[in-house]
Design a protein around this ligand. Structure first.
Ligand SMILES: NC(=O)c1ccc[n+]([C@@H]2O[C@H](COP(=O)([O-])OP(=O)(O)OC[C@H]3O[C@@H](n4cnc5c(N)ncnc54)[C@H](O)[C@@H]3O)[C@@H](O)[C@H]2O)c1
Length: 350
């Protein structure tokens, strides 16, 4: 007997880039960032439950391709992501991604999604959720250094989650700053275009570095960082790719996602492997202090960890329920007899 249509067992909900864009408008970007931050925070509170491993990275001269798996015992998730700082010169993005959730019980995928937009949203939501715990009280001004793909998401998440009012933009490429300033216009932030990193930092209680360069860069030197600020360091996320002078690290209390991964990829690759750091989940779970004094420099040495992507996919799975903002993808073979995979080929026989 010939069937042509796949059965329900074959179908996996799929969120394309187009439907992701529609979903952001359907929910609203700020509510979506807040929702993502809540899911990420919930999962950080149950951190110990998850399988954790540094991401599996394949490095080349041009960039890196990484797989980021984790599981909470019931659901398994992974993300494929790349980082190629030279890509924008060819009209390609630095970072692209897609990811999947699966049922641990039977191993069947339950969601496949684009994650290029979702990564920007989850990275921003994580930064802001962490800043809510570490930034000085009443922080309302952020220096945004690096005005590429992530920058507007970072700025809006800090507004939606931490009450940011003002963002001070700087990028070595004035076209990137113009783009970010245009995109942020009318979204409720005071946007200042600055002509140096030093100028961007003036009056900012939060400093976000979000540049892309495949080298040890020094976006922040020691003399640029005053007391009492929170540094949200996003762009140092690969071996040999950092943004902060070691002297800044030595003056900061450093908070990380998963130390085993961050010691390989983060700013702290520049420090001895036993330099003390605090896992941010312990602050969120109330086990360790976050900011303890007004003069303290807190540093979130962000590299991006698999649990954040898991949380983002979990959020997405709930958010698309009851909407038509996904399609059913014929991803899994569904033979009539599970052992007769070969016989199933006949469905497509000419
Ligand atoms: N921590 C995480 O979870 C996470 C997640 C996503 C991306 N990232 C990293 O964030 C960085 C930014 O990503 P993106 O997608 O926005 O990249 P992008 O290429 O779109 O933008 C990077 C910007 O940095 C600017 N830049 C480079 N050197 C600079 C310097 N010295 N001073 C000021 N600006 C400079 C570039 O001109 C560009 O506009 C990348 O390094 C990426 O790997 C981290």
């Amino acid at each position: 007997m010939k069937h042509s249509a796949p059965s329900a067992k074959a179908l996996v909900p799929f969120v394309s880039v187009e439907t992701m864009m529609k979903l952001v408008h359907h929910i609203g970007i700020e509510p979506m960032l807040r929702g993502l931050a809540d899911y990420i925070e919930q999962d950080f509170r149950r951190w110990e439950l998850f399988d954790k491993t540094p991401r599996v990275a394949s490095h080349s001269a041009k960039g890196v391709i990484e797989l980021m798996p984790t599981s909470d015992g019931e659901v398994y998730g992974f993300k494929y992501v790349n980082g190629h700082p030279g890509n924008t010169r060819q009209g390609l993005q630095t970072v692209t991604a897609f990811g999947l959730l699966a049922d641990v019980g039977n191993g069947y995928p339950v969601l496949l999604s684009e994650m290029t937009i979702l990564t920007a949203l989850r990275t921003a939501a994580t930064s802001a959720m962490v800043a809510r715990h570490l930034a000085p009280k009443g922080a309302d001004t952020m220096a945004m250094i690096g005005n590429g793909a992530q920058s507007e998401f970072q700025s809006l998440a800090m507004k939606a989650i931490c009450g940011l009012r003002s963002v001070r933009l700087w990028d070595i490429d004035p076209a990137a700053t113009r783009k970010a300033a245009n995109n942020l216009r009318g979204l409720g932030l005071d946007v200042h275009v600055c002509n140096s990193a030093e100028a961007a930092i003036e009056g900012a209680q939060i400093i976000t570095t979000c540049t892309a360069d495949k080298q040890y860069a020094t976006i922040l030197t020691d003399n640029m960082v005053g007391a009492g600020v929170h540094i949200n360091a996003i762009g140092g996320d690969c071996p040999g790719k950092t943004e902060l002078a070691p002297a800044v690290l030595l003056r900061s209390d450093i908070f990380v996602e998963y130390p085993d991964q961050t010691r390989i990829e983060g700013e702290i690759q520049q420090l001895p492997s036993d330099h003390p750091v605090t896992q941010i989940w312990e602050v969120i779970a109330g086990r360790k202090p976050g900011r303890t004094s007004t003069g303290q420099i807190t540093l979130f040495d962000s590299v991006g960890f698999a649990i954040e992507d898991f949380s983002a996919l979990r959020y997405l799975r709930d958010a698309i329920k009851g909407t038509d903002l996904y399609m059913e993808l014929d991803l899994l073979a569904d033979p009539d007899d599970p052992r007769d995979l070969f016989g199933m080929l006949q469905r497509a026989a000419p």
